[in-house]
Design a binder for this molecule. Structure first.
Ligand SMILES: Cc1cc2nc3c(=O)[nH]c(=O)nc-3n(C[C@H](O)[C@H](O)[C@H](O)COP(=O)(O)O)c2cc1C
Length: 323
């Protein structure tokens, strides 16, 4: 696989608040490189309460630029099944089940990574859900809630079911995003799993991708999240085997202007728009020399007009791409 970059399949990771359809479409227009995007999670609600607004992010009309796998978070087959069916009716042959969300409020309710220490519950969920949904199921998981090896007995259970694939972010839920991804545990997962595994976690540059792909030679599916926000040229560079865009600031600005214009059209109030942009700049700023300065300036801003001036001046006078 690693000898032949054209066989690499790249997934855009779900990042709630960031990688919704506006971002996905703008990203594909300007940078490309991704084959598939897993949507940020859609929570299950009792069947009768599934509204069209829940599904806005994955409506086919909003998603013509890249193949999407909608992600669902929940632990109750009775709610999951009708939502998966609704998604099938929209054209989604595969849905993804979130077994990774680390937030204590979610995990306490035995959703996301909170389910990982409960193999019987997971097995009961699969037993009830798989025969009842028309979609194929993929799973996105962490290694465990607190322990790094919750995943191993789960992979043995997964082997008994016809899953599409298993995406693994090799950290525990308790770790959140701290520390290094545990590559040794990911290797163990490869030994145990009969399903295709997708590697996810901390692929932030081409050198890291090359290192990981040399170590995991049987893996041909890779998922990138924060790395694509910080370095949007990365997915195409991985596909091409080289990073050769000449004027990155100019290319990034064209993308940023497009993204901002789309959000401005979509969001009702300036406060909401400004908050969304502040979130993005937490990541975008990391691509630039002395990026902390622009991040600080933007995060201190309260008014949209002032934000626009700061960003304009940044691109005109201060922006230098790192590396
Ligand atoms: C702000 C934020 C939101 C996220 N939202 C989701 C989500 O909705 N569903 C999910 O499975 N993972 C979510 N994740 C986890 C990412 O998909 C991914 O597993 C993690 O960031 C590690 O990959 P990366 O190092 O390439 O970013 C989120 C992560 C962040 C930082």
């Amino acid at each position: 696989m690693t000898d032949s970059p054209s066989k690499i399949i790249l997934y855009l990771a779900p990042l709630r608040g960031f990688t919704g359809y506006i971002f996905r479409n703008a990203f594909m227009r300007h940078f490309g490189g991704f084959d598939v995007a897993v949507s940020p999670f859609i929570p299950t609600v009792p069947a009768a309460r599934v509204k069209k607004t829940h599904l806005n992010d994955v409506l086919p009309a909003n998603n013509r630029s890249v193949a999407v796998i909608p992600q669902i978070i929940g632990n109750n087959p009775a709610d999951f099944i009708p939502l998966a069916q609704r998604l099938f009716d929209l054209g989604y042959e595969t849905v993804n089940w979130n077994l990774g969300c680390p937030f204590p409020m979610v995990a306490k309710k035995q959703r996301g990574s909170g389910l990982l220490p409960h193999p019987q519950k997971i097995e009961a969920f699969l037993e009830a859900t798989l025969p009842a949904i028309p979609n194929r199921l993929s799973i996105k998981a962490r290694l465990g809630r607190k322990k790094t090896d919750d995943i191993l007995p789960l992979l043995v259970i997964f082997n008994r079911y016809p899953l599409d694939e298993v995406i693994i972010h090799p950290r525990t839920g308790q770790q959140m995003y701290d520390g290094e991804p545990n590559l040794d545990m990911f290797e163990k997962c490869l030994d145990v799993s009969a399903h295709s595994l997708v590697y996810n976690g901390d692929i932030n540059d081409l050198a890291t991708f090359k290192l990981y792909s040399q170590r995991f030679k049987t893996v041909d599916r890779w998922m990138i999240g924060r790395g694509a926000l910080i370095n949007p040229f990365l997915p195409a560079a991985i596909k091409n085997g080289q990073d050769d865009v000449a004027d990155k600031v100019k290319a990034f600005r064209a993308f940023y202007d497009d993204l901002f214009a789309q959000y401005r059209r979509d969001f009702s109030g300036p406060g909401h728009l400004l908050d969304r942009m502040k979130g993005f700049w937490t990541y975008f700023s990391q691509a630039f020399k002395d990026g902390r300065n622009i991040k600080k300036k933007i995060h201190r801003t309260r008014k949209l007009d002032r934000y626009l001036e700061i960003v304009e001046r940044f691109f005109e006078e201060e922006a230098f791409w790192n590396g």
